[in-house]
Write a protein that binds this ligand. Sequence first.
Ligand code: CTP
Length: 396
Amino acid sequence: MLQGKNIVLGVSGGIAAYKAAALCSALVKAGASVDVIMTENAAKFVGPMTFSTLTGHSVSVDTFARVEKYDVSHIALAQKADLFAVAPATANIIAKMAHGIADDMLSTTLLASRAPKLVAAAMNTGMLDNPATQANIATLRGWGVEFIDGSDGRLACGDVGRGRMAEPEEIVDRMERMLTPKDLEGKRVLVTAGPTREALDPVRFLSNHSTGKMGYALARAARNRGAQVTLVSGPVGLQAPADVVLVPVVSAQEMFEAVRRELSGADIIIKAAAVADYAPKAEEPEKMKKTDQDLTLELTRTRDILSWIGHHRRPGQVVVGFAMETRDLLENAAQKLAAKNTDLMVANSLRQEGAGFGVDTNIVTLLTRDGAEELPLMSKFEVANRILDRVLALAE
Ligand code: CTP
């Protein structure tokens, strides 16, 4: 999403300026062209050379000389920017933005730019809570400027509370979202992700190798495209994307109950979860003790959630399933497409390098009643977007 985009990054004077270097680096890695404008105070915290080295572009810094001789090329830059971010933004620069004050390079360029703006505030909690700052933020929000909050935490001044700058990854994530066309606006998307765990006793469970990466990529892609997303997730080590409603579950039965609750409110249902097909007949209340004998476990079938969805769906809902196979990929996936009454099956083979559990890439074939589309190796996030493209076409 950031590939080839022009980002202008304003850095104002706060200790969080050091985090702006990590942000800059992440943006460049994602393929963006980044131009940095620093206030004079920002340059006291981090040297401009840090940013010029990271971006490969010269950095504008406010000095008396620079203000005297205003750099016209920067106006041009601000005008062609796809996105203008200020990170960190002090109370001072926010006040200038809200009042149209242009008395240095950053504030002047901000005033001249029509690009969408993102502000990552960083300041002492008292300054942030001050009614003046709050009024300025409200004014800017009213004009469509977006703000990204950091989590509560320890501030450089020793206070604990709000005012910390959002982490660079969170800012990059928000930028990607701001730059994505909103073709799923108004759609409610239900995604299931991750494995399920079927308890044997308080210590042990049956599960599979799913890490949830494909499902989480789908949730993020759908959110970026403007959908309201609910993510029903088995136990995984991933953080849910911001503004996605997370419903954590453990067992197949819990996943089924969550899906049953959410189904009627969803327009698009995507079942990326690797649900256990069998669970121990009964969970032992106490830890099972070993004996000298072999052990045979009695398992019972879990409910096939996707199949249940396929047979309880209402007209207009689009249902997507996944088929993970080790052989006869397309035959098995086509059989599941029909048997589970889905619109689209995403077939992937565990036998292919770069596909399947744990990796960030996937190789899939999209199967509908009208035929199969084989996709090459791509990131799970790209696969997610290709799936959503097909879903949109099916919904028309
Ligand atoms: N699925 C489900 N509930 C289950 C099992 C599977 O909802 N109890 C869903 C998965 O989320 C996936 C699809 O069904 O979208 C296919 O899952 P997969 O494991 O490939 O196939 P199964 O139906 O379990 O068939 P098999 O194990 O025989 O391959």
